[in-house]
Design a protein around this ligand. Structure first.
Ligand code: 4AZ
Length: 417
């Protein structure tokens, strides 16, 4: 009996534990397939890049005021970006539109030619030709109806870009980063998050950190002249990138050091130098150049600005391996030139930033590094170079910075930027 019963289960069907196992495995496989489908269809949609060009006929860059309105480069770029933002945010492509970036403004016979990269994220189901047609039509219609800028409708062109060249083009633009701002202090010390300050560099002599520097192109840095007081020749100098000195994200050797020809230590005027390294870097999320302001740009007192560096956390302390950051405020010359602050020590091409109550400040080793500001479109500009100060974080002794706008033409004359 016992034997025949066993035989009958074998012939009638599977053991109960096998059925349970099969159900569990089946559920797991179904779950995995659903998970992968959701991942690829919802989260892993690739970005689509388009290169658009159009011509604004009533705009000129300032300095050329014969026809139409004269704009600063920065304002015209911002107006064009806002126009493209509005175009797609108010359209049926709203859900798929990511962002746009003006990559070039070129003066043309009777206006300005604008080159812009427009980024979308579409579901896989939509055909490529359909998308391109929709984008073109929406842009065409907006341009025809726009009043603020007179855009030549027939000048509009739109081409799809490969995702590699789209990504590279967007990354090569200045002053953009991939992380939001969460901040405080260098003296007192707060570590900078990865990707937050991709233009920060460390200048090293015989592999020892000496100064900060800021990336302004794929081969040029801006820093302070006083960093080269002891070692004026490029020999022995290297630059490293990334949020730690050790290990460095990337390292390059310095080929050229151009110190301002009027810098005379121990005087503090003309504390600026440009430095060229080789080979060039490729921009990524962690290494990017910052934008330089126009010579005529003005950044008013009490504006919030940011300083970063590998410098000491207190006067006399050691340099840091992890990049530190602080949020400070621009202090007016009127306040900084008061006798109990710096008096006559503040001269042309300098400005103060920090707080009169002290605490948040740059310190030794931060010298040469950036003081930066963000505009309304989240584009970052270099406006100061850490130059000097009486001690660090002391009351009535804020940090003093080389004013980039004052030396803007000098930078162009040496680097072409
Ligand atoms: C320095 O010795 C230094 N508190 C840099 C900045 C400041 C002070 C000293 C500003 O490089």
């Amino acid at each position: 009996m016992y034997r025949s019963a066993k035989l009958s289960t074998k012939t009638r069907g599977l053991e109960p534990w096998m059925i349970v196992l099969i159900v569990i495995v089946g559920l797991l496989i179904t779950g995995l397939i659903i998970g992968l489908l959701v991942h690829f269809l919802v989260y892993d949609q690739k970005l689509d890049y388009y290169h658009g060009t159009f011509k604004i006929s009533n705009a000129q860059l300032d300095g050329n005021t014969e026809q139409g309105y004269a704009y600063h480069y920065k304002d015209l770029r911002e107006m064009s970006e806002i126009l493209v933002d509005e175009t797609f945010m108010d359209s049926i492509l709203n859900k798929h539109y990511i962002k746009n970036q003006v990559i070039k403004l070129t003066p043309d016979t009777d206006g300005m030619k604008v080159d812009v990269v427009i980024v979308f994220q579409f579901p896989f189901t939509e055909r490529r030709e359909t998308r391109e047609k929709k984008i073109h039509n929406i842009l065409h219609q907006k341009i025809r109806n726009t009043r603020a800028l007179k855009i030549n409708v027939s000048s509009l062109q739109l081409d799809a870009m490969s995702s590699t060249s789209g990504k590279l083009t967007v990354q090569s633009c200045c002053g953009k980063r991939v992380t939001p701002t969460i901040i405080n202090r260098i003296v007192g010390g707060e570590m900078a998050p990865k990707f937050a300050w991709p233009w920060q560099a460390s200048l090293q002599h015989n592999n020892i950190h000496q100064c900060g520097a800021t990336l302004i192109s794929n081969t040029w840095l801006v820093t302070a002249a006083h960093c080269f007081k002891n070692y004026p020749s490029p020999r022995g100098w290297t630059v490293s990138f990334g949020t730690t000195i050790e290990p460095p994200l990337m390292k390059r050797s310095i080929k050229r050091i151009i110190v301002h020809e009027r810098y005379r230590s121990p005087a503090r005027e003309y504390d600026i130098a440009v430095v060229q390294f080789s080979p060039k870097v490729t921009f990524t999320d962690d290494i990017r150049r910052i934008c330089l302001p126009d010579a005529s740009d003005y950044f008013p007192p009490t504006s919030t600005v940011y300083i970063t560096g590998f410098g000491a956390l207190s006067y006399g302390g050691p340099s840091q391996n992890d990049l530190q950051q602080a949020s400070v405020e621009i202090i007016s010359n009127e306040i900084c030139k008061q006798p109990h602050v710096y008096g006559k020590e503040i001269t042309f091409g300098m400005f103060c930033a920090g707080f009169l109550e002290g605490i948040y400040d740059a310190c030794r080793g931060d010298s040469g590094g950036p003081l930066v500001v963000k505009d309304s479109k989240d584009t970052w500009y270099l406006i100061g170079i850490v130059s000097w100060g009486d001690n660090c974080g002391r009351q009535n002794k804020p940090g003093v910075y080389t004013q980039i706008t004052y030396y803007r033409k000098w930078i162009t004359s040496k680097t072409g930027l």
